[in-house]
Design a protein around this ligand. Structure first.
Ligand code: GNR
Ligand code: NI
Length: 173
């Protein structure tokens, strides 16, 4: 059980494109376990490796919300959206790298995603609702994109300034 520190925006690592994973080994399985621990501890419904400073294309998520429902931890390696609906869905998004800031983001309502699992096997699944929003938010992280990049310049700058202030305060504490 290892909780890793989560990078806070602005950070150059959150703007970079992450590298594809070539092989699944014990190191990668360890990283995935740490990412799930870190996500549940936060708590969050998703986490991408660049958020813990690892520039690899791996995401974890669990969007089960109902109290008492079985958790569904997922690990997606090299995830790719292979189809997205014309139908759109708007959700008030947040991000563990942008604490306490929320804004409506419109995205495809339904997406098909292909990925490699921790056994090196290919998987595909259709996601909708919160799962669709989350998986797209996480894949964006692998491409150096944050949810605030969908907002207008003013709103994005306001949030970035708040985060700069937060980081300064945390550095002094
Ligand atoms: O925990 C999270 N909640 C969330 C809410 C709405 C849309 C996306 C998310 S993902 C976020 C965790 C995170 O920052 N993942 O990168
Ligand atoms: Ni995020």
């Amino acid at each position: 059980m290892t909780i890793r520190p989560i990078l806070i925006h602005p950070d150059p690592r959150l703007k970079k494109v992450a590298d594809p994973v070539a092989t699944v080994d014990d190191d990668l399985r360890g990283l995935a376990a740490d990412m799930l621990d870190t996500m549940y501890d936060a708590p969050g419904i998703g986490l991408a490796a660049p958020q813990v400073g690892v520039m690899k294309r791996i995401i974890v998520m669990d969007c089960v919300k109902e109290e008492g429902a079985a958790p569904r931890p997922m690990v997606l390696i090299n995830p790719q959206v292979t189809w997205s609906s014309d139908e759109r869905y708007t959700y008030e998004e947040g991000c563990l790298s942008i604490p306490e800031q929320y804004a409506d983001v419109e995205r495809p309502a339904v997406v098909d995603v292909a990925w490699m699992d921790l056994d090196g096997a290919m998987q595909t699944e259709r996601f909708d609702g919160l799962w669709a929003t989350c998986v797209q938010h996480e894949i964006d992280h692998l491409n150096g994109k944050l949810f605030i990049d969908y907002l207008g310049t003013m709103k994005r700058q306001m949030i970035t300034r708040k985060m700069q202030k937060l980081k300064r305060e945390r550095a002094r504490a």
